[in-house]
Every structure is written in structure tokens, then in C-alpha cells.
Design a protein around this ligand. Structure first.
Ligand code: AMP
Ligand code: ZN
Length: 139
């Protein structure tokens, strides 16, 4: 737990939330600033700032709940699709530095997340980065 962390305060019950689900490791509730109706969050109960800090069993617990919660959310709001979003570090848009996944219902032409500016690798660059990643991988 972190005293400065809004999600830890929600876990402790000091700040209210519109709860959807909880078990011993995770908690899900509606996002207070929805990108679409039904937008909710799935958080770890224990404070970790980033996904890369989470122990594997906690990551697995979070992942195992995403599909069923997403199914319930899109059924409830009658949305034909959804995005799972997990921001890590401020440069990636992480405002609350406590691990969480967004479940964001999507509808045709809803204007969310336009086309991403996909690039191409120059010759040899993909293989160079592939090698650097595999050299760094600690699993
Ligand atoms: P991120 O930018 O990935 O860190 O997203 C943090 C999210 O937490 C934002 O979508 C906020 O709207 C949401 N949020 C912040 N405070 C609360 C709160 N008290 N209850 C529910 N959602 C919150
Ligand atoms: Zn926290």
C-alpha cells in the first residue's frame, strides 16, 4: 500500500468506487472519467507502480479476469467491441502509478483511438532490435 496512491485508497475503502468485482488479488470498478459508457478499470490490490514490477502470479490473476469482465461490460452496455489498455510510465499516459488495465467498450465510428501511425523498419533494424530484446529478456 502507498499512502499517496488514489487506487490504494480505493482498495482500503477510504475512497468510494462503483465496484464490479473483487477477489483476494484484484479489484474492478467503473472509471470516473469514462471514454465510453461502461469504461472500467481492473487493478491489483497490492501496490505496484508498473506491470513490469508485478509478480507473475499477480499478472496472471489480472489477465484471467479481463475476459470475463469485458464480456459482462459489453453485454451490459450493448457494445460490439472493446479495447484493453494498460499504460506504463508517464510518457505512455500513465496518470495513476498503480498497476491497472482499462476495459473500454467500443462502438463503430466512436472516434476513440484513431489510426496509429505505424512505421516501417529500415533494412536490418528489425533484426538488430530483436537481438537486443532477446538479450535483455529476464525470463
Ligand atoms: P491512466 O492514465 O492509465 O493512469 O488512467 C488512470 C485512470 O484512473 C483515468 O482514466 C481516471 O479517470 C481514473 N481514475 C482516477 N481516479 C479515479 C477514481 N477515484 N475512481 C475511478 N477512476 C479513477
Ligand atoms: Zn497504489
Amino acid at each position: 500500500m502507498s499512502d499517496q496512491c488514489i487506487f490504494c485508497e480505493i482498495v482500503k475503502g477510504n475512497i468510494p468506487c462503483a465496484k464490479i468485482f473483487e477477489d483476494d488479488q484484484v479489484l474492478s470498478f467503473l472509471d470516473i472519467g469514462p471514454l465510453s459508457p461502461g469504461h472500467c478499470l481492473l487493478i491489483s490490490k497490492k501496490h505496484y507502480a508498473r506491470l513490469e514490477h508485478c509478480p507473475a502470479d499477480l499478472t496472471a490473476a489480472l489477465a484471467s479476469r479481463l475476459g470475463p469482465i469485458a464480456q459482462a461490460v459489453i453485454t451490459a452496455v450493448n457494445a460490439p467491441g472493446y479495447n484493453i489498455l494498460n499504460n506504463n510510465h508517464p510518457c505512455a499516459g500513465q496518470l495513476v502509478e498503480h498497476v491497472h488495465f482499462h476495459i473500454i467498450p467500443r462502438n463503430p465510428n466512436d472516434g476513440l483511438f484513431g489510426n496509429w501511425p505505424a512505421d516501417k523498419y529500415p533494412a536490418g533494424e528489425m533484426e538488430r532490435i530483436q537481438q537486443k530484446i532477446t538479450d535483455s529478456l529476464a525470463i
